[in-house]
Design a protein around this ligand. Structure first.
Ligand code: SF4
Length: 903
């Protein structure tokens, strides 16, 4: 491996630069100090990238109907299948479903292939699920999908409003940047608008736990307040906007008073007033919003209601000010640039304009061009289910896990005539339904570019060879296109050639009327492309790095003016009722990415949350007769799942939160997508992932338990299970209804220790139903299993630690049977700091024994929180809870006060 390859993190939309050094067998990943997105910092996921590079589980050879084959046969099978179905049923009978994980070059050729050569716009992407509402809002307000803010505006802002964004976990490096800015400039105020008290609340001066779905009401209330207080920038609105009166009327009619708005949003009037006053008084305001806004049946209106407030006050296109849609995926914005959505055209041109279609078709020299929008994600899989779409090519995404109503998506693929999947992972919920499987190259093996949330284009560079038959996605698309007779448009021999074509297209018919212009990159030589440093668009031919869009007050509608959009609050489509009294909210957790196909391979990333869980308010749990720590069943009208219950008072009443990550490889029954209603925003088509009526009931089992093993096990007779990789072994959480009079044969078979002469110990208590067993080879612990009718099971972390020992001492074997460590203090507890593997119990013990008073002191003693900083909110939470405990003990008030002041 070349030392010090500069590339870009493949996870979230922050788009951090990384440097990969070391050698191919042990690469070392660090943050790129020169990258403007992160200046050397990485979060827990980025820091663990080197641990995800093994070829285990990779798809490395093409397969046709389950048979391993070579590329020519697989490519021809795809080309023949698509050609036949198009000939018989027309181009609308085929579709691509692609991914924000693809590089811009991959996306460009896929979009060109479908829209320009097959001739339909049936190409949609998982970015539809994440930020298409923001795209629609940008187009409605600005005339083009343009983010008017850069990360440095967060450094310059005096007020940052975080709406529907758990930035601390979903965009951790950006969160740490905000934390540092606040430390440097304490006058910076942070307001968090979120129904949940997430770790992001850690830095908030004000948290507004609004009713789910009431965002439009909140921002209409703010618009009305600003107007009534005379806070509008009249010169700006007069010169640069339109339709202000309609928006003001709608705001007044729907949120005309503080009291009514507070009531509708479920907030205290005083808190609302404080927020409104802060916004009014602060010129430099950035409103950062994310999936909490976008993933709603009113997502586009929510985003527009935020943008309206910035337009009214002229706080846009200026340093430290503007609405900031932050993307979830690494290349969601790159996909938008190439027109990779079913509703867009390449280079930010307008699919509905014949003149734009002619420009693109002329540039491509293509035989045809799509003339109407294609099917958006939810409609697309519905069309597959109905048999209208008969061939689908899924690239780099796992819709059977990530789509709403995911069981119907599975049924759609089961019935589809031709399913092609290109992926880097051999077995996912989706790949098992593929007729043709195409092995795609992945991070570290591919060349190309990505565009992050603030329009910065960065290179992804290869530092590993292509393994076996894996090939880049752009190559796969091009080869199929050529076999379908489209050689002219797809004779690319490198990602570089594709990128310069994409850059040149951005100048076509663009005399400054479109912000997306990277014409200055259209003449890059191969060497210059290879050496490309991060650059933010626009980069126009005449100017190079160009002024920020909207800085001159000019927008991208034909008249150059922005539009106010009259927004009307709308409740989520499906109301709660007696049968389904809880609003299911879904989202990400700190150390996992999407469907875990990469992060699930890193033991330290699995250690933070090793099994599926649901968060619920403690009072709702009482009403539902479920208890923290036990398994529960979550049911909606669309599906059900099983998860471990966590209760707190930090989540809003009548709502629950479930992470999106678990899939069938990691858990028997925890695909939350199967529960999510397939309701979409009428403008953007983005699904309502944040609100599905649900109920929670006990998941009744006869026994619970877990098994730890050096090798993967075949689970038998468990009603529910989940799997996690630890640093020393595989961990299986188990629960079942079938009871055996004698557990021993069952346990021996599962742990692969059936032979009579095996070194096997076990403990049976028929009275209490407790069973423990362990299997050894040459004195080394190979596997163990612990069962009980109750969830009072031994520490998994303690037991996982025993796998490190070459031989277990007699007292350690005894401890296994007792189900408790001989020595106190060996259970580190749930992992809080993934970078240095520091557990909750270790942290709590150190805080108490050493009298630690700040996260800095914890860092000095235990290193926790000193690398990526992703765990700092949790460290502060542990300090705060110990503070509360200390305050409850007489005589410890002084110590408690001291802790409170410093936590
Ligand atoms: S914040 Fe973390 S996941 Fe996101 S790009 Fe940076 S290192 Fe990767």
């Amino acid at each position: 491996m070349t030392a010090g390859v500069r590339t870009t993190c493949p996870y979230c939309g922050v788009g951090c630069g990384v440097v990969v050094g070391g050698n191919p067998s042990s690469p070392v990943v660090s943050g790129d100090p020169a990258h403007p997105a992160n200046f050397g910092r990485l979060c827990s996921k980025g820091s663990a990238l080197a641990e995800t590079l093994s070829l285990e589980g990779r798809l490395l050879q093409p397969k046709v109907r389950g048979r391993t084959t070579e590329w020519p046969e697989a490519l021809q099978a795809v080309a023949d299948g698509f050609t036949r179905i198009i000939a018989e049923h027309g181009p609308e009978a085929v579709a691509f479903y692609v991914s924000g994980q693809l590089l811009t070059e991959d996306y460009y050729v896929a979009n060109k292939f479908m829209k320009g050569f097959i001739g339909t716009a049936n190409i949609d992407t998982n970015s539809r699920l994440c930020m298409s509402s923001a795209v629609s809002a940008h187009v409605r307000s600005f005339g083009e999908d343009v983010v008017p803010v850069g990360y440095e505006d967060l450094d310059a802002a005096d007020l940052i409003v975080l709406v529907g964004s758990n930035t601390a976990w979903c965009h951790p490096v950006l969160f740490q940047r905000i934390v540092q800015t606040k430390e440097r400039r304490p006058r910076l105020k942070i307001v968090l608008v979120d129904p949940r008290r997430t770790p992001t609340a850690d830095i908030a001066d004000l948290h507004l736990p609004l009713q789910p779905g009431s965002d439009v009401c909140l921002f209409n209330g703010l618009l009305n307040f600003l107007h009534e207080r005379g806070a509008e920038d009249r010169a700006f609105t007069d010169a640069h906007t339109r339709d202000i009166e309609q928006a003001l009327t709608a705001a007044h009619d729907t949120a005309g008073s503080i009291e009514s708005t507070a009531k509708a949003c479920g907030l205290q009037a005083a808190d609302l007033l404080e927020f409104f006053g802060l916004f009014e008084r602060t010129a430099r305001v950035v409103t950062l919003f994310s999936q909490g806004v976008n993933q709603s049946s009113a997502g586009t209106d929510k985003a527009n209601s935020i943008i309206n407030c910035h337009l009214l006050t002229g706080r846009i296109g200026k340093p430290g000010a503007g609405p900031f849609s932050i993307t979830g995926q690494p290349n969601a914005m790159g996909g938008r640039e190439v027109g990779g959505l079913a509703t867009t055209l390449a280079a930010h041109m307008d699919l509905s304009l014949a003149a734009h279609r002619d420009l693109v078709q002329g540039f491509w020299g293509s035989p045809r061009i799509a003339s109407k929008p294609g099917l958006k994600a939810v409609d697309l899989f519905e069309a597959v289910h109905a048999g209208r779409v008969k061939a689908i090519w899924i690239a780099g995404t796992n819709p059977i896990v990530s789509m709403p109503n995911a069981n119907r998506v599975r049924a759609a693929l089961e019935g589809c005539e031709l399913v092609v999947v290109s992926d880097c992972v051999a077995e996912t919920d989706t790949t098992v339904h593929a007729h043709v499987l195409l092995p795609a190259a992945t991070w570290g093996e591919k060349e190309g570019t990505v565009t992050n949330s603030d329009r910065t284009i960065s290179r992804q560079r290869a530092f590993l060879p292509l393994p076996e038959s894996a090939m880049p996605d752009w190559w796969i698309f091009c080869e199929v296109a050529k076999r379908m007779g489209f050689s002219e448009g797809f004779n690319f021999s490198s990602a570089h050639e594709i990128f310069v074509e994409h850059a040149r297209l951005s100048t076509v018919g663009n005399d400054g009327t479109r912000a997306f212009d990277i014409g200055a990159l259209g003449e890059l030589t191969r060497a210059a492309y290879d050496a490309l440093t991060p650059v933010r668009w626009p980069v126009r031919v005449a100017q190079g790095q160009s002024p920020a869009p909207m800085a001159d007050g000019r927008f991208f509608h034909a008249d150059g003016r922005a539009r106010f959009i009259a927004t009307i609050p709308r409740a989520p489509r499906h109301a709660l009722d007696e049968e389904y009294p809880l609003a299911l909210n879904t989202g990400r957790i700190r150390d996992q990415w999407h469907t875990m196909t990469r992060t699930g391979r890193a033991a330290r990333l699995m250690s933070h949350a090793p099994e599926p869980f649901v968060d619920m308010h403690a009072e709702d749990a009482l009403l539902a007769r479920v208890r923290a720590g036990e398994l529960v069943k979550i049911t909606t009208r669309w599906g059900s799942m099983v998860a471990r219950l966590r209760t707190s008072t930090e989540i809003a009443r009548h709502s629950i939160f479930v992470p999106i990550h678990w899939n069938s490889l990691f858990s028997s029954n925890a695909r939350v997508g199967a529960l999510v209603n397939p309701v979409v925003d009428p403008v953007s088509g983005e699904p309502e992932f944040k609100h599905t009526p649900a109920r929670v009931v006990p998941f009744v089992v006869a026994w619970q338990g877990f098994a730890l093993s050096r090798k993967q096990l075949t689970i038998r007779d468990a009603t529910a299970w989940s799997l996690a990789l630890t640093a020393t072994c595989w961990r299986y959480e188990l629960a079942g209804r079938r009871v055996f009079g004698n557990w021993s044969p069952w346990a021996r078979r599962m742990l692969d220790a059936s032979a009579a002469q095996e070194d096997w110990i076990e403990y049976v208590d028929r009275g209490t139903g407790v069973y423990r067993a362990a299997h050894f080879i040459d004195g080394r612990l190979e596997a163990c299993v612990f069962l009980s009718p109750r969830p009072d099971l031994p520490s998994r972390l303690w037991l996982a630690g025993l796998f490190q020992k070459p031989v277990l001492e007699p007292q350690e074997r005894m401890a296994l049977l007792i189900g408790a460590p001989i020595e106190a203090g060996v259970d580190a507890g749930e992992t809080i700091c993934s970078c240095f593997n520091v557990g909750r119990n270790t942290i709590a013990a150190k805080i108490q024994s050493a009298g630690l008073r700040s996260t800095a002191e914890i860092g000095q003693c235990l290193k926790a929180g000193t690398n990526c900083g992703s765990c700092l909110p949790e460290l502060r939470g542990i300090l705060s809870s110990l503070l509360a405990d200390a305050a409850a003990v007489p005589g410890r008030d002084a110590e408690a006060s001291m802790l409170k002041a410093t936590a």
